[in-house]
Design a protein around this ligand. Structure first.
Ligand code: IVH
Length: 659
């Protein structure tokens, strides 16, 4: 708010607003600091609950006073309207590539080139990891993040500001109010990469080949809401020149000081032989890092020397990337066994003679599916080359022909589920064989886990381990049974005290008032993620209305294709599923959109609010719409019937006018 700017309602409100502004600023500073403790330093000072409370308080205030929202508010990390395309950005200084070395000799040759050009024998080298992700340039103006772009072809990149803002380790504002350009790599930690792929496989979505593709795909997403759900990380490796900073090492320390992450493996040495020794020692640690690296970058430490050495059109002369070879090894396939997933998908897995790949012992490798095994011609007993694909998931690359003895055995896909004994089924035209028995233990436990997950029914105290235990002890055989659990059932389990049992019961009870679209998602219907669930919930008031729904009817909803529709029709046509829903209803779960009393003049109409509302908060306005039978939405689309524009309406208003 501009100081002293008169408002229609006079000074009283002005003063109030000034107070709120201060309150908001304090909350932001506090949240900002806790983000730094949690994400950058990995040392949280408050519990998640306390943090959520602060965050919700800020959100509440910003909702009431939308004019006070600033671009660097922590609430802006959630992503916004989807884009049609990215704008292009011309980089002031091109983002160069790096020259590469694969051998010790090439490193020594680099050292010689540097020394010859500088006519200097004493060179200090600074070492950094070569992160395998997507290069990004961040521009800060007076300490506030104003623009983020991809490297593109080095000269022209894409404006991905909204997406980058969702990355928690990219500070929205710095500890100092400086102008600076920071470059670095957006990466996806290995563990998160695996989780992301698992979730995608469950939903029958294409999996990412490696963490780099996943990171790049997430940043180059037109819908920043999707990016915000990917646990991306940012590793800086460059900061534009700042007073008093004359070495690469000082830049890295300075970047840490102003709020960026720092890498524990930064090092410097006075001669190339020590550099090479260190690079070799890091190779063994490589497999154990939380993220992927494909080498080490060696930079001349002195900025003055860097300037003297300059760059070719392609790469600087003061740096070189030593690239590690892909992590591969030779071993034997002792057996091929199958695994059953949550959706009943059967995956063949190679059981290997243990082999060490860059410090990690590998005993299993995925063979993906039956056709993949045939395509590679792999047999049980084969000597094989295994590789940590994208250096993460071990996979079998090929068998070694020369080592064949003739005793190798062909793998035959089983025809009965190893867990429930049911006949397996491979739909025509698909590569995945499935167990379609809905009561197969793999599927039952999988459904329980999904049901309790965050974003689904969010039953905080039931995680995978407890879900398995509940199933094995026959306390729960489907999701409706969760609601019949008693405290005395839980105290019988190992390591369950009175208090922890009560926590479980409380979180179960607490889940009873989740909106019905969350329940629809939590049922674990194939191809129904949270977005599809909320789309369906907008068009059908109750789960019971879906019992005899036809796929053709569902495909009329924008965003629902024939495959998803068929899966939904199939699920609800099953008598067992209908019974399950009736039981959930009897347990007091909302299987309907909250019933609105009285006349419903807005039935079937979609409303979007934008800009500041004076007399009422946005939440209250949305509640009003709901009570009159309408549907409030956060984004403008062709389906929107009304846009309510308050003061200073944003891009939603522009979009509405266009449509
Ligand atoms: S320095 C002018 N340092 O590697 C110097 N780059 O192959 C150029 N990369 O586009 C960048 N880790 O995306 C530098 N520690 C690091 C790096 C790094 C990864 C990427 C970067 C660059 C590519 C060149």
């Amino acid at each position: 708010m501009e100081r002293g700017a008169p408002t229609k309602s006079g000074r009283g409100e002005d003063l109030d607003k000034a107070k709120v502004k201060k309150l908001i600023e304090n909350l932001r500073a506090e949240i900002h600091q806790h983000d730094h403790f949690y994400y950058v330093l990995d040392k949280p000072k408050i519990s998640d609950g306390e943090y959520d409370k602060l965050f919700r308080e800020l959100q509440g205030l910003e909702k009431k006073f939308p004019t006070l929202v600033t671009p660097d508010s922590p609430t802006q990390r959630v992503g916004g309207e989807p884009l049609k395309a990215f704008k292009t950005v011309k980089h002031g200084i091109p983002l160069l590539s790096l020259d590469k070395a694969n051998t010790e000799e090439e490193m020594i040759a680099f050292d010689k080139r540097v020394k010859d050009a500088l006519k200097e024998e004493n060179i200090n080298y600074f070492l950094e990891m070569k992160y395998d992700g997507l290069a990004i340039s961040l521009k800060y103006f007076k300490g506030v993040l104003t623009n983020a772009s991809t490297r593109g072809d080095g000269v022209i990149g894409e404006d991905v500001t909204n997406n980058i803002k969702t990355i928690r380790t990219v500070p929205l504002h710095l500890q100092e109010k400086i102008d600076i350009e920071v470059r670095g790599e957006v990466i996806l930690p290995n563990e998160d990469f695996l989780k992301l792929n698992e979730a995608r496989a469950e939903k029958d979505e294409a999996i990412f080949a490696n963490p780099r593709n996943a990171a790049a795909g997430s940043v180059r997403q037109l819908n920043s809401k999707i990016t915000s759900k990917r646990p991306l990380d940012f590793m800086p490796y460059y900061g534009s020149s700042q007073p008093g900073i004359d070495t690469e090492e000082k830049i890295m320390k300075y970047l840490f000081k102003i709020g960026f992450k720092s890498n524990p493996y930064l090092w410097h040495f006075n001669n190339i032989h020590d550099v090479i020794k260190y690079i070799k020692s890091l190779e063994d640690k490589r497999g154990k890092l939380q993220y992927e690296i494909d080498g080490v970058v060696v930079k001349v430490n002195s900025i003055d020397y860097q300037k003297k050495l300059g760059a070719t059109a392609r790469a600087p002369r003061w740096a070189i990337a030593f690239k590690y070879p892909p992590i591969q090894g030779l071993t034997i396939i002792e057996d091929i066994k199958v695994q059953v997933g949550r959706t009943g998908a059967i995956t063949p897995v190679a059981h290997l003679k243990p082999v060490n790949l860059a410090g990690v012992t590998v005993k299993r490798a995925t063979l993906h599916n039956e056709d993949e095994i045939k395509r590679k011609g792999i047999k049980i007993g084969d000597h094989v080359v295994v590789q940590r694909a994208g250096d993460v998931i071990p996979e079998v690359v090929k068998f070694v022909k020369e080592k064949r003895t003739g005793k190798e055995k062909e793998f035959k896909m089983i025809n009965k589920c190893p867990l429930c004994g049911e006949e397996l089924f491979r739909p025509q035209g698909e590569v995945i064989t499935r167990c379609i028995n809905a009561s197969c233990p793999a599927q039952v436990v999988g459904r329980l886990i999904l049901f309790c997950m965050r974003g689904a029914m969010d039953i905080e105290h039931i995680g995978p381990a407890l879900a398995i235990q509940l199933y094995e002890k026959k306390l729960v055989k489907d999701v409706a049974d969760i609601y019949t659990l008693k405290k005395s059932d839980l105290t019988k389990l190992e390591r369950f005290a009175d208090k922890s049992a009560q926590n479980v019961i409380d979180s179960i009870q607490g889940s009873k008032d989740r909106p019905y679209d969350r329940l629809l998602f939590a049922l674990g219907i194939r191809m129904v993620g949270s977005t599809v669930a909320s789309l369906i919930a907008q068009h059908y008031d109750s789960l019971e209305d879906l019992f005899d729904v036809k796929a053709a009817e569902l495909t009329k909803i924008a965003g629902i294709g024939p495959k998803v529709a068929a899966s939904v029709e199939h699920f609800f046509s099953q008598k067992e599923n209908q019974k399950l829903i009736e039981r959930l209803k009897n347990q007091g779960l909302p299987i309907k959109t909250k019933k609105v009393k009285g006349p419903q003049p807005l039935k079937g109409k979609t409303f979007v609010f934008t800009g500041g509302l004076d007399k009422i908060s946005r939440t209250d306005a949305e509640e009003l719409v709901r009570n009159l039978g309408g549907h409030p939405s956060s984004s403008v689309s062709k389906q929107t019937d009304f846009v309510v524009a308050g003061h200073e309406p944003g891009s939603k208003f522009d979009k509405a006018k266009k449509l």
